[in-house]
Structures are given as C-alpha cells and as structure tokens.
Design a protein around this ligand. Sequence first.
Ligand code: GLN
Length: 445
Amino acid sequence: LSLRRIDEVEDRVGAFITVDREGARARAEELDKQLAEGGERGLLAAIPAGIKDNICTEGLLTTCASKILANYIPIYDATVMKKLRAAQAIPVGKTNMDEFAMGSSTENSGFHLTRNPWDLERVPGGSSGGSAAAVAAGEVFFALGSDTGGSIRQPAAFCGVVGLKPTYGRVSRFGLVAFASSLDQIGPLTKSVEDAAYVLQVISGHDPMDSTSADVEVPDYLSALTGEVKGLKVAVPRELMGDGIEPGVRERVLEALRVLEGMGAVCEEVSLPHIRYAVETYYLLAPAEASSNLARYDGIRYGVRAPADNLTELYYNTRSVGFGPEVKRRIMLGTYALSSGYYDAYYLKAQKVRTLIKRDFDQIFEKYDVVIGPTTPTTAFRIGEKVDDPLTMYLNDICTIPVNLAGLPAISVPCGLSGGLPVGLQVIGRPFDEETVLRVAHAYE
Ligand code: GLN
C-alpha cells in the first residue's frame, strides 16, 4: 500500500532520498510468514515507516542530505532502528531533510526539494521536511525525525500532521548523526496523537550506547490518553502570542485554548522573559557544537573524498565540494564563537542565557502543568521566499527553539487552517512528562 502510494505521488512531493523497495517487500513477506506461523505480534507490526536520512540504517544509504555523505552506507543500525525493527515496523525509505538538519524548509538538501503536499509551491518546513511530507501525503503511516531547534514540530505544523519532540535523554541518540549534541532528539511524525504515543512507546528508554540517554522508567503512554483535561493548568506565554505571530495563526491558537477551557482546563497568560534571547542563544550554541561535530568529515573516515595532492588539500577540497553553503556558514559561525578570545563573550555567555531560559520554564512548571502556544509564527511559506535570507529563516524557529534549550518535551498538533494552510498548536511539558503532553494534545485533537 505504502509503495503504491509512493509511486503515485513521490515525483510531485519528493519526500524521499532513498526508497528501499526490495528491503521493505522482503521484510513484509518475512513478517507475514512469521505471523502466519503463530509468531508474536509487535506493537508496530507491518506498519510502513519513513526514516529521516540522518538516522543510521545498516546496509542502507544514510546521507544527511549532504554530498559529503552521498555514498555512506552505515555498518550498524541506530538504536531507534533496532527498536522499530523489534516492534516489526517496516522501514520503507530514508526521507529528505536540510543538509545535516540545518534549516527550516528542506531547501538546504544537497539533493532535491521536497514540496508541501497541501500546496506544492510551498515548503514542507524543515529540517525533517521529508518525514512530514511523507506522512501528510500518505506515503508512510509514520516517520522518524530529529529535532534540534524545531525540526520535528515545525514541519509537522506546516504539513498538518502531529510531531513530537521527546525530553532530551528520553530517546537514544546512538546512530543519529550529530548536529548539536546537547539539543538533538529523535521523535515521531504521525497522523494522530495516538500514533505518536505508539511510536514513542517503542523508541523510548535508556541506552548504554548513549551516555546522555536518561535512566528513567518509560511509562505506558497509551494509557495516558484519557481524554481528560479537567483542572489542568495551562500557561500561555505572552512572548509567543505577540506581534511576530501571524494573526491567522494566533486566532487558531486562541480558539484551541477556548476548546481546552470548555473541557475544564484553566488557561492563564504568563511571561517567560528570557525566551526573547532564545534564537540568538541557539545560533551561537548550535553552530558551536556543529563545528566540532562536523570536523569528522575529512574525506578519510566517511563518505566522499575529493582528489588532492597532499593531506591539507584533501581536507580542503573534500569539505569545499562536500558541504553546502548553510553548513559552511554554521561551521564558520561556530568556530568563531569557540575561538580563544571570543569564547567567553559568545559561547560562555550563551550557555548562561540558556540556563536563564531553562529557569523561566522551571518557575512556570511549579504552578502550571503545560505551556501552550503556536508551533510557528506563520503557516508554510513559499519555496524560495526565505532561502537567501538566513536571518529571516532563523527567526521562523522562535517558538520551538526555547524548548530545545530547556530540554523539554513538546508536541505540535494540527489546530485548523489559516488561509487554507495548516496551523500547529504546541504543547510543552515538564521534563520526562510526555504523558501530560500527549494527554492534552489527544484531548484537544
Ligand atoms: N531550523 C533550525 C536550524 O536550522 C532547527 C533545525 C533542527 O531542529 N534540526 O538549526
């Protein structure tokens, strides 16, 4: 079913970098046999899945949408892949993304564009744009994405699907190609909140292969979906409902809050004073970590190697042709922020502001159960509209970035249309309280 749908729409949508037809068929047949012989049924048995192309898949091309990894075939599976396979999901392919997950529109892919299934002239968001478009176009039932500053939630909002970023440490990052290691987290993009709960159930949990994965018990997420929000305390940050937010988006969010109030939730306006510095803070820390993480692409250990006469030239030529312009920009920004003489003024300062942002949330969560606002300030923008203007592109992540800096769980759930395009409602929770986040999103949905 999934492969047939891919045949129908993929040349218009362009959600995939690699479609693994033979692999998917073989796995489906094998599973059929197993189940026919009375084998046990996994939680995701026979469900077709898309996998963002920065998640390592054994024996299957994993490019991060970068020319520098155009030929990279991992010899191991990421932990999330092992878990998906154990739950009997069928990975059908690797989805398009911004190169190394740097971007908000999937226009930074080193290979091709992905189009928003709602309007093919618009971007699907990013960086997990391929994953969101694949789910929205019905090519797969769910997809995995990664979220460093909004890359699951923002494309989910733009494509009218559900996207969940778990708490930092909830899901193993082993086998996720690192962008900014202190912010990256893998999560599901799905059609419904219930589906998100299923996938989260499967991929969560402590992993000895990832020292930042948390040794915290994984609750039963499905039983959290009670439909009840009576008495729930909702904080609505003034900073996320102000002038920068498109009126149509703000209206949909206010309507959603009224729906929750109608169900017995108590919504109050609050202030998170330091999140106005979140974008600046993120664009120092994320590039700093990226510049260090991307040092490994030297033309020797992984991927593509450019011709050269000596070692320095080999590094230089490989990185010059292998990385696209946004990746180079980030490496330069990050290297600068970390360089001796500037470290205290930029990197260290940004770390301090990060702590202040985290504290803002801590204080709010002493009194409230969830924080709610829009996922994005606008609906999906046109292809080409922002690609030459990195600052405008960066500002599109204003609502999602604070959540990564604070390490919190958050979901984007569709909350109607504005100008015919989907709007996303963002529900943010306490650390490791994905249950409440799912419960509220499910009750609203
Ligand atoms: N759009 C943000 C960036 O360009 C976030 C990307 C992400 O979450 N991977 O860095």
